[in-house]
Design a protein around this ligand. Structure first.
Ligand SMILES: Nc1ncnc2c1ncn2[C@@H]1O[C@H](COP(=O)(O)OP(=O)(O)OP(=O)(O)O)[C@@H](O)[C@H]1O
Ligand SMILES: [Mg+2]
Length: 250
């Protein structure tokens, strides 16, 4: 069973048809990249998976999205539970303006996941998972805003891990970072995919080629092609994919 199964998904912003008959399977413990020109629907698709589009007026969705075999639009779905399991990292790191420790402890406190006495261990585990523990263990009570952009992005990922998600949605998580910081986040994604399913949106073709197992190419709301990374980048089936990856597009 696929981690995320998408079948004939259509999404409309009022009368604007933003996702058109999208069907794909995203597998567990792999990194799936979504690529395509600006406005093709990548963020919209990502937001479907944790139902963030529900917050936008006039959105209408048709089709099926199953996560772990369960329909995420079903009546029995608890949105808070879904969004806890399907976490999201954004383009600009958005740590809360509180301490490093409290950023990571925030989710578990809100969700009642850990007793106060367990929080310290949890914070240590999550910061270790993003390789921030050694550098920050003596600064846990400093403001999160004092960190570099790359560290802030790592902290935001640690904050997600603290609420025990199993899918990580990353919408251009490196676009505000320099190449060295980007490489570090990519390395982190590699480590995380052992335990998590990662779906990442990127405009950086090299990044998609480097880090992903599977790639989906979107154009004007349509999923033109989806497949294994080496296949998409070396031998795509669709001419439009070929044009895009070779830079002959738009
Ligand atoms: N809240 C909204 N209301 C109406 N239209 C929207 C809304 N959000 C996005 N759109 C439109 O839907 C289309 C897809 O947008 P989306 O943000 O998903 O694209 P994207 O592929 O993520 O682009 P980018 O690479 O620039 O981030 C665009 O035409 C956009 O203008
Ligand atoms: Mg986007």
């Amino acid at each position: 069973m696929s981690k995320i199964h998408v079948q004939d998904l259509n999404l409309y912003y009022s009368s604007f048809h933003a996702l058109k008959d999208v069907s794909m399977n995203i597998e567990a413990c792999r990194i799936t990249s979504m690529i395509g020109p600006s406005g093709c629907g990548k963020s919209t698709l990502l937001r479907v998976f944790n139902r963030m589009n529900d917050l936008i007026d006039g959105v209408r969705i048709e089709g099926e999205v199953l996560i772990d075999g369960k329909n995420i639009f079903g009546r029995d779905i608890l949105l808070s539970e879904l969004r806890k399991r399907i976490g999201m990292v954004f383009q600009r790191p958005n740590p809360f303006p509180i301490s490093i420790f409290e950023n990571v402890a925030y989710g578990p406190r809100v969700h009642g996941l850990a007793k106060s006495k367990d929080l310290e261990g949890l914070v240590e585990r999550c910061l270790s998972a993003v390789e921030l523990w050694e550098v920050l263990k003596d600064k846990l009570h400093h403001s999160a805003l004092s960190l570099s952009g790359e560290q802030q992005q790592r902290l935001c990922i640690a904050r997600l891990l603290a609420i025990e998600p199993d899918v990580l949605l990353m919408d251009e998580p490196c676009s505000a970072l320099d190449p060295i910081a980007t490489a570090k986040i990519e390395e982190l994604c590699f480590q995380l995919k052992e335990r998590y399913t990662i779906v990442i949106v990127t405009h950086n073709m090299q990044q998609a080629a480097r880090i992903s197992d599977d790639v989906g190419f979107m154009l004007l709301g349509e999923l033109v092609e989806f497949g294994q990374t080496d296949k998409i980048f070396t031998n795509p089936v669709d001419q439009r994919t070929n044009d895009y990856i070779s830079g002959r597009f738009g």
